[in-house]
Structures are given as C-alpha cells and as structure tokens.
Ligand binder design. Sequence first.
Ligand code: PLP
Length: 415
Amino acid sequence: MATSFWHPFANMSDVKDKSFTVVRGEGNYVYDKEDRAYFDATASLWYANAGYGRREIIDAIKNQAELLACYSTFGDITNEPAEELADFVAQRSPMENSKVFFVSGGGDAIETAAKLARKYFHELGQGDRTLIVSRKDSYHGTHGFGTSLAGIAPNRVGWGDLISGVALVDRDDPEDLVHLANSVGSDKIAAIFVEPVIGAGGVHLPTEGYLERIREITKEIGALMIVDSVICGFGRLGYWFGPERFGVVPDMITFAKGITSGYVPLGGVVVSGEIADPFFNKGATFRHGPTYAGHPLAAAAGIANCQFLENEGLIAKGQELEGKLKEALDASSDSPLIEEVRGGLGLLGALEFDTDRRQSDPSIMAKVQMEMRSRGFLVRPLVSSIAVSPPLSVTEDEIERLGNAFVDALKAADR
Ligand SMILES: Cc1ncc(COP(=O)(O)O)c(C=O)c1O
C-alpha cells in the first residue's frame, strides 16, 4: 500500500515507493529493518550531537515522563526542568545577564527572535526600526519569518506574499550591510541574522573577520546581531553556542537541535540582559510563545544531554576533530566530480559538485548518496553539495573510513 506519510523536503513521486526505514540507533550508528548498520555522518539533521541510545538521556526522559510528562508554562506557571535548563543555558551564554525563551524547534526560535527584535525597538519608542536582514545562502527554517528571510532562493518561491520588511545582503562581504544601511537609513534596521557557519545552504565558512565586522557595524547603526546557532551550537563549533569561537558577543542566539541531540524537539532564544530589560524590569509583555514552550520532557532531555556532552568532553570535540574531518574530505578533491571541499571550522564539511557535471547529470549527487549508503554511510545532499556533520562522539577511525568511502563512492558513481 502506498505510504500515507508525507516527508518534508521530499519529491513524494519518487519517495512514496522507496523510503528508507531507520529502526534503531546506538552510538554513532543507525540500523535498518535488516539490522544493517550505517555510520550516521549527518547526525540525523545536524542534531544528534551526543549520538544515539545514550542511557543517561533516555532515563532522564523516562523519569520525567513518570513525574510530569507535560504542562504549560504560560503566565506564572513553571516547572523544575525548564528552570534548570534555562539557568544552565544562561550561565554558559556569552552575553551578560542572559534570559532564555524556550520554543519547540529552530523555526520557532527564528520567529521568536525576529518578533522580539521588532518588539524591543517598539518598547524603546523606535517603532520604525523593523527591517530584518539575512544573508544570501542562509537557511533559517520554514516558518513565516524563516521563509521570508531565506537566502536559498528556491525556498522563497511559490508562497505568495512573504513577510514584508526583510532584506538580503551578500553572504561574505560585511560591508554590504553598511550599503544597505546607507540606502534604507540605519535607523530602520532592527536586526541581522547570521549563521556562524552557513549549514543547509551548503556549509559556507565565514570569510576572515566576517562575524567580528558584523558586530561592529550593528553597534554603529544601533541594530541587533542575532546569531542563528541552530546548527552551530552545542559543540558543533567546539563551544556551547558558536559565536564564542570568534570572540563575538551578539544580542541574541537562536538554538535548537543539539540542545537535546534531538531526543525530544526543543528550541529557544538566549537573549542578553539588555534586550530582556523592557520585559523583565519595565512591565512590557511579549505576547508570543508556542504551546510547548518550556515543555518539561524536552527540558529534562536537554539537561541530561547537556550534562552528557559536558561530562564526555564532547563540546570541545567539534573543534578538536575539525582538521581530521577536513583531511578526510580532502581525499576526494582529486575526483572529477568535485569542484571544492569545504570544512575545517567545526565538525561539519561539504563536497561541492562540479557545476557542468550536475547540469549534465542532475541525479549525480543522489547517486553518490546511494553509493555511500550501500557502503554503510549516511550523508546529506544539499543544493549543490553533499554535507557531513557526524555526532561529536565520532572517532578518528570513523572519520578516516568516511573519507575512504567517499573516494570509492565517487569513483563508482562516475562510471
Ligand atoms: C540555521 C538554521 N536555522 C533554523 C533552522 C530551522 O530549524 P527547525 O527545522 O527545527 O525548524 C535550521 C534547520 O535546519 C537551521 O539549520
């Protein structure tokens, strides 16, 4: 019988008859229906930072489910796991006196940060400061603001009118923000969203000094810098959040994925004390928040996952292993299919496919993906590249085997 399950970002005409069922997970591997093991070089969707089947996280979820599986946190209601996780996150935030707003995932976090930026300026009496800026090739999820801010062109089309008061700037040149400010008026810009390393847009590393310069410019023009660390947080770049890597202190950080390693969906925004001030000290109300904000089960998963990452020394791994991963991917740089190898900043990387080859054979990346799968490796095709972002518990040996598998898979697909 044809499937009833509609997959996200999928061509269902193709997928409806040949989906790939993942049954169980353990460590850095997932297993199919025949119990064949696959090394998960994607950490699912850039999120299983702790790997799979971690007892500490599973037990924390079980215990919390028995105690209090769910309860709202609207108004004055709270729960202990949400309080504890908010403290944990705030204490590790690079900003002073941070406050933490929990939501259900990354897209929710983007909505929250964008609305909060506008509302903050409204409270300051700067109601005209509403323009929200993003970068070409960036990905900020699929909700209203995320779609309107999308830097990946095909993700913006087909939806009719998007949210107004948004603008795109160059991916690599921070001075483009200055040009925008000069043309629209610097007092009109509320915020810019910046991924430290652009993930879903193809793993694009920031140009030298990019984030630092954006911080300077935003301070000069009085706009907020929002770092979107939905992928880059919780160890992916070797730090809790990502911007620490560049010595940058933003105004807000959006997070999701790695905070629970995906065991239970959870996202949020860490906000500096200054941005929280009108709401915490001057009576303003942020009339915003999804039903599951501060969900106790998600928070319990988050606490156990963060403790696991910390106790196992996995946060630093994102930086320690970045060179090894780049070296393993570089082994494919001689392939005629590969135009560029990107990586070396955090535990993520991508093989960019030759443009002519993609045009003459649009299925080439899918072929390589399937060749990798048949060798027991899961990798992720993006716009024009194949990306990897293994769990932070990956070993050097596994990274080496991943690199060798790519070399073989590219040869097999090139026949
Ligand atoms: C940088 C970034 N921001 C936001 C999102 C959206 O997160 P979610 O899919 O949980 O809504 C993603 C998802 O991949 C992302 O990579």
